[in-house]
Design a protein around this ligand. Structure first.
Ligand SMILES: Nc1ncnc2c1ncn2[C@@H]1O[C@H](COP(=O)(O)OP(=O)(O)OP(=O)(O)O)[C@@H](O)[C@H]1O
Length: 311
C-alpha cells in the first residue's frame, strides 16, 4: 500500500488575468493528501477548482510546486494521465455521442477497466445508454462524467463537486461508489459544498479559504478542535448577542448564524443551559427550539471562514 502522499502541493500561487488588476485565485496554498479520501471544502471562490485543475495538469502554477503520485502534472503529464481519473464540473464529453459508446471508448483506452455494464447499472444509467449525451438530464450527465472518471480503474480520482444537483438516490449511489473505490485502494480527492458528504466519506478534510488551506485533519480531529458541544436555539431575529455573551462563562462563544438561529459553543453543561434559558427569560425571549448537539464540521467551517458554504 502506498504511504507517500498522492498529492503534494507546496506554496502554490495561481493568478488569473495578469499581474496588474488580476485575481489571485490561489495564494500560497499547501496541501498534502495521503492515500484515502480527501475532501476539499471552502466557500465559493476560495480557489478549490483552480487547485484541483492545477493538480490535473490543466493549469500551470504561477509559482510553487505540485506533485501528483510523485509526478509533475504539466511536465510529466504523459506518465500521469493514465494513472488518474478526472471528473470535470462541465462534462467534457462530445455532446452527440451516446452515453454507453463514450464509456466503452474510455474503458478501451485503459489496460484494466471496470466492467462497463456493471458500472452503468450501478450508477442508474441503464435506461440512458443509447441516448446522446446532450439529451441526458443534468444529473445523468453528471453520473456519466463520474463513470468516465473511474472506469479506467485509476490510482487517484479527482471529483469536483460530484453530487452537486443530484437527487438523494443518485447522491447515495455516488457515495457508495466512492467508498468502493477506496476499498479497492483508489484514492479520491473531492471538492464539495456538502458537509454531510465530507463527514460521511472523507478520511481527511482540507478547508480552503481565500486561496489557502486554513485547516486540515480528519473530521473527528477538526471537530475535536472546537467546543465539545454546541447549544442551539431559535428565537426572534436580532437578539443582543453581546449581552448574552456577557452572561456566559469567559470561554463560551455565541453567534446568530442566520436570522433567528443562535449558537452557543463552549463547555455546554447543565449550568450553561440554565444560564442561556435564564438570559432568555430576562429578555422576554421564548425560544422555539433548544438543542444540544455535537460540534459539527459545519460549525468548524463557519468558525474558521465566518461564512456559509453557499455564501
Ligand atoms: N478562468 C478564470 N478567469 C478569471 N478568474 C477566475 C477564473 N477561474 C476562477 N477565477 C476566479 O478565481 C477565484 C477562485 O475560483 P475557483 O473556481 O478556483 O474557486 P472555487 O473554490 O472552486 O469556487 P466554487 O465553490 O464557487 O466552485 C474566484 O474569485 C474566481 O472568480
Amino acid at each position: 500500500m502506498r504511504t507517500e502522499p498522492v498529492v503534494h502541493v507546496t506554496d502554490l500561487v495561481k493568478r488569473y488575468g495578469g499581474s496588474r488588476g488580476g485575481k489571485t485565485a490561489v495564494d500560497g496554498l499547501d496541501l498534502v493528501a495521503s492515500p484515502g479520501i480527501t475532501a476539499v471544502l471552502g466557500p465559493n471562490g476560495a480557489g478549490k477548482t483552480t487547485t484541483i485543475e492545477t493538480c490535473e495538469g490543466y493549469r500551470r502554477p504561477d509559482s510553487g510546486t505540485v506533485r501528483v503520485l510523485g509526478l509533475d502534472p504539466v511536465t510529466e503529464a504523459a506518465a500521469l494521465r493514465p494513472r488518474i481519473g478526472v471528473m470535470l464540473q462541465s462534462g467534457g464529453v462530445y455532446s452527440g455521442a451516446r452515453a454507453d459508446e463514450m464509456l466503452r471508448h474510455v474503458a478501451r483506452l485503459h489496460a484494466h477497466p471496470l466492467d462497463v455494464d456493471a458500472l452503468i447499472e450501478r450508477l442508474g444509467l441503464g435506461s440512458c445508454g443509447r441516448t446522446s449525451y446532450r439529451r441526458l438530464s443534468g444529473g445523468q450527465q453528471q453520473r456519466l462524467a463520474l463513470a468516465m472518471a473511474v472506469v479506467g480503474r485509476p490510482e487517484l480520482v479527482f471529483l469536483d463537486e460530484p453530487t452537486a444537483g443530484l437527487d438523494p438516490q443518485a447522491r447515495r449511489a455516488t457515495w457508495d461508489l466512492v467508498r468502493d473505490l477506496r476499498a479497492d485502494g483508489v484514492s479520491v480527492i473531492l471538492t464539495t459544498h456538502h458537509m454531510d458528504e465530507a463527514e460521511e466519506l472523507a478520511d481527511d478534510v482540507a478547508i480552503v479559504d481565500a486561496g489557502k488551506v486554513i485547516a486540515q485533519g480528519s473530521p473527528e480531529q477538526l471537530c475535536r478542535g472546537g467546543a465539545e458541544n454546541t447549544l442551539r436555539f431559535t428565537g426572534r431575529p436580532g437578539l443582543d448577542v453581546a449581552s448574552l455573551l456577557k452572561a456566559l462563562p469567559a470561554d463560551a462563544a455565541a453567534a446568530e448564524l442566520t436570522p433567528g438561529s443562535y449558537r452557543v459553543s463552549g463547555k455546554v453543561d447543565p449550568q450553561l443551559l440554565a444560564t442561556v434559558t435564564s438570559w432568555c427569560a430576562q429578555h422576554g425571549v421564548m425560544p422555539d427550539r433548544i438543542s444540544v448537539e455535537r460540534h459539527t464540521l459545519e460549525d468548524v467551517f463557519l468558525e474558521l471562514t465566518g461564512r456559509e458554504l453557499r455564501g
